[in-house]
Design a protein around this ligand. Structure first.
Ligand code: AHR
Length: 539
């Protein structure tokens, strides 16, 4: 409740309400929590806008792990599964529809053992994947295949370079291989491998979890390494020199405990004193919803208690962002360095019978709600949090897509990303409200969440999450700054909190059309229990 109260306060501040107004609203939360049947009143003032909700908040992460890349994306050009140059057509079409802005690759822990030269030309070196099951890594999906995949889905590259077991020279040569336009040996090698034009690399990750699987480094050791990589791993693409320069993302925290705050503090302190010869534009943060380690919660076949526990735990994201943003604000008050939440999502027990190193799990309605709660937190912090990558895109952890040979199914989380497309690059519009509460088994959660945004064409969008799995919520929204005539959209829900889409029943959790009533500048709608609703408000 504490963190939610703080969140409510923040929303209020963003709304630039008067102090008295804020006070009354907070009092409302404290003394009059909404009973199950209470109406929730939202105040949406589209004349008071905030930061841009960067499209990169909807980024994806694809690691060489389990069936994330092999089978999920890559089937090879001789496969019976319809593909374009080895990349599954069904997966590409599904990802195009959610407008994936960027894909972080090749890891994860895998990145710090990846040697890029194994993944170009022919024949490819066959290596191992010691992090994830010790299985064979055929290297069939390498730089060219990744870039082809990005082009097919219309996303940008976010490449994590190996600073754990690689060298600055290896990383520098990879970037030269990918981006050089002049006829160097590496540029010619790239051209001979089929791509004469330089690739664009929009984002560069300097290591991954360097405090742990990435080499167990101390902050000081990491900072020394990071400066070297920042200096020498150059992007030579002529199109990325003045405009769209490559943004460099340093390894950041993995939690809220002292060792993580010390890590953030150390990096940001170094950044404050950085000289012309090195720079960073982002600090990564990883935060999974696990509750306890090793992950034991089931991804399907659970009840209301597990639903409430997981959602309670996922709201820790708010505290974590506040904690690390506060440190960043001290060293970078102009918010030049973005907080990049480049690994997040629900991490549950492996599916029975699956390889434990493959991190295979189902994806339920609970995960759809988990996703909206996190995306809404990111949106409310859009001034600092400008990029996020859910883990992971296909067949691994909280995935968008599950595949089984030629079959493909879209998960509830996929549909959230689809419904949120209008929020990509929209402008944050403050929504103030009393969240109400939902309580189960002594676990109390905010009952309702909501965000609003004005899209690039000036249209207003409103998202409402009803966390309560049992009661519908009557929503009334005061709409200031717009003369609304109609509001239509979609709702995502299902009969049970653990409802999933699977290969036998792929349409259990699907968005369905809804419309709201508009009368006298007020919008009203009854939102279903355990649901996500996105409405477009038409003037
Ligand atoms: O996403 C799975 C793993 O979780 C990643 O490889 C690592 O960065 C994190 O610990």
């Amino acid at each position: 409740m504490d963190s939610w109260l703080r969140l409510t306060l923040r929303v209020q501040m963003l709304g630039a309400l008067s102090f008295l107004g804020c006070f009354a609203l907070v009092l409302g939360v404290l003394v009059a929590p909404a009973a199950a049947a209470d109406k929730v009143v939202l105040s949406v003032d589209s004349s008071k806008t905030g930061a841009k909700i960067d499209r990169n908040l909807f980024g994806q992460f694809a690691e060489h792990l389990g069936h994330g890349i092999y089978e999920g994306i890559w089937v090879g050009s001789d496969s019976n599964i319809p593909n374009t140059r080895g990349i599954r057509n069904d997966v590409v079409a599904a990802l195009k529809a959610i407008r994936v802005p960027n894909v972080r690759w090749p890891g994860g822990c895998f990145a710090d053992e990846y040697h890029w030269h194994n993944g170009i030309g022919s024949p490819r070196a066959v290596t191992l994947n010691p992090n994830w099951g010790g299985v064979i890594e055929p290297n069939s999906f390498g730089t060219h295949e990744y870039m082809d995949f990005l082009e097919q889905i219309g996303a940008e590259a976010y490449v994590s370079v190996n600073i754990g077991s690689g060298t600055p020279q290896e990383a520098a040569e990879w970037l030269e291989y990918m981006t050089a336009a002049q006829p160097t040996t590496l540029e010619k090698e790239r051209a001979a491998n089929g791509h004469p034009d330089p690739y664009k690399v929009a984002y560069l990750g300097i290591g991954n979890e360097s405090w742990d699987c990435g080499g167990n480094m101390t902050p000081d050791y990491y900072i020394d390494q990071m400066k070297i990589y920042s200096r020498f791993v150059r992007n030579f693409n002529p199109a990325q020199q003045d405009k769209q320069p490559m943004l460099k993302i340093a390894v950041g925290p993995g939690g809220g405990e002292a060792r993580w705050t010390e890590w953030t503090e150390a990096i940001m302190k170094a950044y404050q004193h950085h000289t012309w010869s090195w720079d960073i534009n982002g600090l990564s943060m990883h935060n999974y919803t696990v509750v306890k380690w090793p992950p034991a919660f089931k991804s399907v076949g659970f009840g209301e208690t597990e639903y409430a526990q997981i959602l309670k735990s996922t709201l820790d994201m708010e505290d974590l962002i506040n904690k690390h943003s506060a440190i960043m604000d001290r060293y970078d008050p102009e918010k030049k360095v973005a907080l990049v939440v480049d690994e997040w999502g629900g991490w549950y027990a492996p599916l029975p019978g699956s390889h434990p190193g493959f991190l295979a799990q189902q994806n339920s309605l609970r995960d759809a709600i988990l996703a909206t709660l996190n995306l809404n937190i990111f949106a409310r912090h859009a001034d600092r949090v400008r990029m996020a990558n859910i883990a992971q895109m296909i067949n691994v952890l909280q995935a968008m897509i599950l595949t089984d040979k030629e079959k493909m199914v879209l998960t509830p989380t996929y549909y959230v990303y689809k419904m949120y497309v209008p929020f990509q690059d929209s402008t944050f519009v403050p929504v103030t409200f009393n969240t109400g509460t939902y309580t189960h088994d002594n676990i109390t959660l905010p009952r309702v969440d909501a965000i609003a945004g004005k899209d690039t064409r000036g249209r207003l969008w409103l998202e409402i999450t009803n966390v309560d799995p049992n009661q519908p919520v009557e929503i009334e929204a005061d709409l200031a700054g717009i003369t609304a005539k109609s509001a239509t959209g979609e709702t995502l829900t299902a009969p049970k909190v653990d409802a999933v889409n699977d290969f036998d029943a792929p349409h259990v959790v699907m968005p369905k059309p809804v419309s709201a009533r508009i009368q006298g500048g007020r919008l009203s709608i009854m939102v279903e229990p355990k649901s996500v609703t996105v409405l477009s408000i038409e003037p």
